[in-house]
Ligand binder design. Structure first.
Ligand SMILES: *[C@@H]1O[C@H](CO)[C@@H](O)[C@H](O)[C@H]1NC(C)=O
Ligand SMILES: *[C@@H]1O[C@H](CO)[C@@H](O)[C@H](O)[C@H]1NC(C)=O
Ligand SMILES: *[C@@H]1O[C@H](CO)[C@@H](O)[C@H](O)[C@H]1NC(C)=O
Length: 972
């Protein structure tokens, strides 16, 4: 023993008696080596539990120090040394535990222990005993080839803590990679088949934990994972307090903080328990944030509570000590009543829960009107309280409420007890603000009365009606009473021209207001005052006036907010006697609207005298429309433009004048005008009329028969009227009126002549060109008659041709026809037969035949077709007749028959020179004047005389032979 080796023999000798006594006390030999009883592992907690005893301990109790060593992997690798002190009794089993950082499955640990007496009673015993032998601490886990394992499994830990995970893998497994929520984890190799992953400061991800997944090559199970259940840190409960309302229960409450529950039953929500130390009672709370504690002992005044929150990882506690009487939360007062004593007073009463006469409560009252506290007195109360609210408004809703608290040990106000009430109505306080508008109409006054509604504070209740008393001042006995139901704010009266006094009162259910008095004098509505123009601003109008007399009671300014003469929304402002100006503002004022203000002076007699009119705009605007212009006095070189006046109330500004535009192709502008040449080369003249009253404009120096365009626009300070299209005016011709003087009589003359002509046309026709010539009037017949020839044959030799003319030579074998005959002095013109020359202008001279059949139906019958050769067929068509050929004969028979055929029997035919139809008198024959085809020959055909036997007088009378002009080709 080193102890004895260093001791000097002399000292040793001196010590001997002591040693002897020690040995005596502790017994021999003095050897106190601990003995390990049991080493167990709690692998879930990564905890090693050590149990040991100190055998051969003879003393009752001894303070001892134990030194414990832990080594990892091999005994020489000591990773932990700890001294543990404890009083040890005889035969006592000692416990110690150690938490490993590394899961105990992964690697083997070894543990040993030694001891030393550390007791003041035995100072000399301070030396370590020998070590116990190493005890191996391990959890048997076998890892086969091609497999790997992760530890710890499903670890529960707090947010912010560190954890070391280990990976054990068997033979052939390599290339392992692990991820924490998709983030790769660094690994450290511990030995050939174990590696470590250190995760610091883990975060709470969600209540379902944080996943760790590993993959390895060559493993039978490719993917392996585990979950870290990271819990929120349990918080200490806050604001822990307890109170009582009735001394039967204590209501304790606290703020619990975050819920630390985790999914998959890994951790429940934390529990809360209360422990009261004086009574020693402990109760688990059913709620997260409160607990009701039954008061069982009346005598207990002081309470000491410990509130503990606990989950799988941690416990947290708070403490509270209080005196029960200082934690009294009163119940709200009850039996609250409110009694209105008058329109302005109300009495409130209430009762409280008291604990005897000595118990004093403090009550707080609140009087609210429209959610606003207007009065808040405090009252001390034993059992019941009352309070009188005064200075209330009539006809007003109020809410009164009360709460109380212990006056001696104030802890908390009780909840409120409240009651609403309404004060009764009172008579209106003020006379209505009234005004009038007077209009003279048919010898009477139309008086429109207006008044403003009383403010709520003035009305003292609901206004039901307005009373109007109209007092005739000239005949005081005749006063009239009118009643207007609310909410009307005006009425209209028709009064004669007497002087009147009008009284207006507002009435509610309780009574009438003071009266508003107005006097209408005889001349009301007739005052003539000058109108002044004023300029408003965006905010309104500044109205000022001259005080007219010293005795004014005040002034009134009125205006129509919506300016329509018939429906005036009259507004007024009453002003004191010393004012001479006011600012009139209104949201209703609009730009471009004219407002007319009237200023009245109120006299002591309540009469109002108009002293001024003012008119203006808040903002002037350009005119919205142009006047309708008419043109008058239009002459060939001037005209006058006229336009009507605007209604002044509808003007968007004061009209300052007019601008006249004149436009023409060529125009001389008046020197006062401005001349502009427009792009289309016409001239534009502008004239400004600076007098808005002038509403005519004379345009002079114009050209006759020219078109002028004009436009008249008004202008205001804000600009011109709209740019509209020009209207046109055309100046008349200079001589047109003279022409008219000539043309009219001439037209009349011509008309008269035409009428006369028509009248006399039958006579003229008869004279000039009868439809059917009368053969008895024929000179030939008269000749024949004179010779008394029974055969009525005119021999060729009898007819001495006076003219013979070959007009055209006809080609062909046929002989030229010679027209011959004895000229009759009356019928045959002395001129050569050159009639066709009429048509010569239109081309070659057509072949014209003149013939005159003295027609007889029988001649056709006898002569058969030989008399009517081919051309007959054409004739109707050429005549434009649409008669079929078989009927043609009839037609021809009835009318004028023409045969183009040469007569085969000259002996039996009478051939004579045709009467030449006068082109002047032959309108019926005009058909032939436009021959369809030009013919290069013109000749007189021989005319056939009807055989004498057939020439009956009847025939002669009915079928007058007539001449016919025909034209055609190939007639032969
Ligand atoms: C060791 O402890 C375990 C668990 O506490 C118990 O089951 C066992 O019997 C103990 N062994 C001895 C030798 O005390
Ligand atoms: C304890 O005492 C017994 C006899 O009393 C003895 O056999 C044993 O060896 C002692 N143990 C130690 C550790 O000294
Ligand atoms: C976790 O590890 C870090 C770094 O090693 C250390 O600073 C921190 O204190 C550790 N936290 C806990 C709770 O042990």
């Amino acid at each position: 023993m080193a102890f004895s080796a260093v001791l000097h023999p002399v000292f040793l000798l001196a010590m001997l008696p002591l040693r002897a006594s020690l040995t005596e006390v502790l017994g021999e030999p003095f050897q106190l080596t601990p003995e390990i009883l049991n080493v167990t592992v709690e692998s879930k907690l990564q905890q090693v539990n050590l149990q040991w005893t100190v055998p051969n301990l003879t003393h009752q109790e001894l303070n001892m120090v134990f030194q414990i060593e832990i080594s990892r992997m091999k005994t020489s690798n000591i990773i932990w040394v700890e001294n543990y002190s404890a009083p040890v009794k005889w035969n006592q089993v000692l416990h110690w535990n150690w938490k490993s950082e590394i899961p105990l499955e992964c690697v083997a640990h070894f543990i040993r222990i030694r001891t030393m007496v550390d007791d003041a009673k035995y100072p000399l015993q301070r030396s370590w005993s020998s070590w116990t032998p190493w005890e191996e601490v391990s959890v048997q886990v076998s890892v086969g080839p091609n497999t790997f394992l992760i530890f710890p499994e499903d670890k529960l830990l707090e947010e912010g803590s560190n954890v070391t995970m280990c990976l054990m893998y068997g033979q052939y497994v390599y290339n392992i990679s692990c991820k924490l929520q998709e983030k790769p984890i660094h690994r450290e190799q511990l030995d050939s088949h174990v590696s470590l992953m250190k995760l610091n400061n883990v975060v709470f991800h969600n209540i379902r934990g944080t996943n760790i997944n590993c993959q390895a090559m060559n493993a039978t199970k490719k993917l392996l994972g585990t979950v870290l259940f990271v819990s929120k840190i349990l918080e200490e409960p806050k604001n822990f307090s307890c109170e009582t309302q009735d001394f039967k229960t204590l209501k304790c409450s606290w703020e619990p903080g975050v819920d630390t529950a985790l999914a998959w039953d890994q951790q429940e929500s934390q529990t809360y328990s209360l422990y009261e130390s004086f009574s020693g009672r402990q109760e688990l709370s059913d709620h997260r944030n409160s607990h009701t504690w039954q008061i069982t002992e009346d005598s207990q005044e002081t309470y000491n509570f410990t509130l503990t929150a606990k989950n799988n990882l941690r416990k947290r506690s708070v403490n509270l000590i209080f005196n029960l009487t200082h934690r009294v939360h009163q119940k709200p007062p009850h039996d609250v009543t409110l009694e209105t004593l008058s329109a302005t007073e109300a009495n409130m009463t209430w009762k409280v829960y008291s604990r005897g006469d000595n118990y004093m409560l403090l009550c707080q009252l609140e009087l609210q009107h429209e959610r606003e506290v207007i009065h808040a007195p405090n009252v001390s109360v034993h059992v019941s309280g009352n309070y009188l609210f005064s200075d209330l408004e009539p006809d007003t809703e109020y809410k009164a409420r009360v709460c109380c608290a212990d006056a001696n040990h104030f802890w908390k106000w009780s909840d409120w007890a409240q009651k609403a009430f309404t004060t009764p109505e009172a008579a209106p306080l003020q006379a209505p603000d009234a005004w009038r508008h007077v209009r003279s109409e048919n010898g009477s006054h139309v008086v429109t009365l207006f008044w403003k509604p009383l403010l709520k504070s003035q009305a003292n209740g609901k206004i039901v009606f307005y009373d109007i008393v109209v007092e005739n001042q000239d005949r005081p006995t005749e006063s009239k009473h009118y009643r207007v139901q609310a909410p009307a704010l005006g009425t209209q009266l028709s009064l004669d021209l007497s002087s009147y006094k009008i009284h207006i009162t507002a009435n509610n259910s309780v009574g009438a207001s003071p009266e508003s008095v107005m006097i209408l004098s005889n001349d009301s509505g007739h005052e003539e005052v000058h109108e002044k123009r004023i300029k408003g601003t965006k905010d309104g109008f500044h109205i000022s006036w001259e005080p007219s007399s010293g005795a004014a009671l005040g002034y009134v300014v009125d205006w129509c907010e919506h300016s329509r003469e018939q429906h005036c929304d009259l507004q007024w402002k009453k002003l004191g006697p010393n004012t001479t100006s006011t600012m009139v503002t209104s949201d209703a004022f609009k730009p471009g609207v004219r407002y007319n203000f009237r200023i009245f002076e109120r006299s002591l007699q309540q009469d109002a005298q108009l002293i001024g009119r003012q008119t203006g705009y808040t903002q002037e605007q350009a005119p919205l429309e142009n006047p309708k212009v008419s043109v008058s006095n239009s002459t060939s070189n001037s005209f006058i433009l006229n336009w009507p006046a605007y209604a002044s109330d509808f003007q968007s500004a004061f009209i300052e004048g007019y601008r006249v535009y004149l436009k023409s192709k060529d125009m001389q502008c008046h020197p006062k005008g401005r001349r502009t040449i427009l792009p289309d080369k016409s001239v534009l003249c502008e004239y400004d009329i600076e007098d808005p009253k002038q509403k005519t404009f004379t345009v002079e120096n114009l050209q006759p028969e020219s078109t002028y365009e004009y436009l008249v626009v008004p202008y205001t300070s804000a600009g011109l009227g709209p740019n509209e299209t020009f209207a046109r005016v055309t100046t008349p011709d200079e001589n047109s009126h003279r022409l008219l003087q000539i043309i009219l009589p001439m037209t009349l003359c011509v008309l008269l002549i035409i009428i006369a002509c028509y009248w006399k046309s039958q006579w003229v026709k008869e004279k000039c060109y009868p439809d059917i010539p009368n053969p008895y009037k024929s000179s030939i017949l008269s000749l024949i008659k004179s010779k008394k020839n029974p055969h009525l044959i005119m021999h060729v030799k009898d007819c001495i041709p006076d003219v013979l003319e070959v007009i055209n030579k006809v080609e062909g074998p046929k002989t030229q026809r010679i027209v011959s005959g004895k000229a009759h002095a009356e019928d045959v013109p002395s001129k050569p037969l050159s009639v066709p020359t009429e048509n010569s202008s239109s081309g070659p001279v057509p072949c014209v035949f003149f013939e005159n059949f003295t027609y007889d139906q029988s001649a056709f019958d006898v002569g058969s077709h030989g008399l009517v050769p081919g051309p007959l067929k054409d004739t109707p068509l050429q005549l434009g007749l649409l008669t079929p050929p078989d009927k043609l004969l009839n037609v021809l028979g009835k009318d004028y028959m023409k045969s183009l055929a040469e007569s085969p029997t000259e002996e039996t035919s009478l051939i004579y020179v045709s009467q030449l139809a006068s082109p002047m008198c032959g309108d019926k024959d005009n058909l032939a004047t436009n021959p369809p085809m030009p013919v290069h020959c013109s000749e007189y055909k021989m005319q056939m005389a009807v055989p004498g036997r057939l020439a009956s007088p009847v025939l002669s009378e009915n079928n007058n032979p007539t001449s016919r002009t025909l034209s055609g080709q190939g007639e032969q």
